[in-house]
Design a protein around this ligand. Sequence first.
Ligand code: FES
Length: 312
Amino acid sequence: MIEVIVTSRNNEALDICSYELASVEGHALPAFSAGAHIDVHLLGGIVRQYSLCNRPDEHQCYRIGVLKDAASRGGSKSLHEHIHVGDRLQISAPRNLFPLVPQARRSLLFAGGIGITPILSMAEHLAHEGAEFELHYCARSHQHAAFVERLKSSPFADRVHLHFDSVLDITAILANPQADQHLYTCGPGGFMQHVLDGAIAQGWAEENLHREHFSAAPVDTRADGSFSIKLGSTGQVFEVPADKTAVQVLQSHGIEVAISCEQGICGTCLTRVLEGIPDHRDLFLTEDEQAANDQFTPCCSRARSAMLVLDL
Ligand code: FES
């Protein structure tokens, strides 16, 4: 955990604020790579992930952009209403679940709305490296689009395409896929799906497509049943009923598992599985890692076998 102080706060667009965070002692902050996010700990024990939108070679501050979400579960609302310049926050060190592929010859960046935050950091990095890229930024209107002036005055302004009034012609942009071209998209789920469906239709390979997850898609839990978890260390067995997660059951018995997103996105709760077959519901592990069945995310994943023995 790192304690930071809010050194500036700016209104960037309708319902979007940016926050600049610096170390309380004035030290350099841990290094990060483009696409990384931090966990921000808020009032009431809420923890939320926000992408860093500054240049990865800036070590004196982190910048985040926060959309005040009408459907906020408390995170963005709390930041907008209660966090001002001079306030202190607890944050995690940066982690990157959305990294650039270093060997890509060309990168295509697609941002929808607040999804511009990691994409901005990626563009800054690629421009700094002299890499080939183009950025497409879609928003409901100019008023809803953050960081537009920063993009327009950037050294890479000629590679930025704003789609506030015009339609994104995905077919034309994604024609001619190449093995050394990579696509990155961040934004609302429907926007990302539109971009990715367009890429697939144009023959892009799955491994060249990269998306950031702000939140997990809802999972149909109606067929969920109960299962047992056994602690490898003590042999204690607990029943996980259909309406509870493994983390909730563990916590109710005083066994703490670190959690953050509680949606299978961040990997904070990752726990080793010694026996049994998990029913993976996360977006954190790769397909190969899930198939190995030796770890799972107890905040959301369940079990295909009657029991899971956990390395706890
Ligand atoms: Fe984030 Fe479980 S708490 S994956």
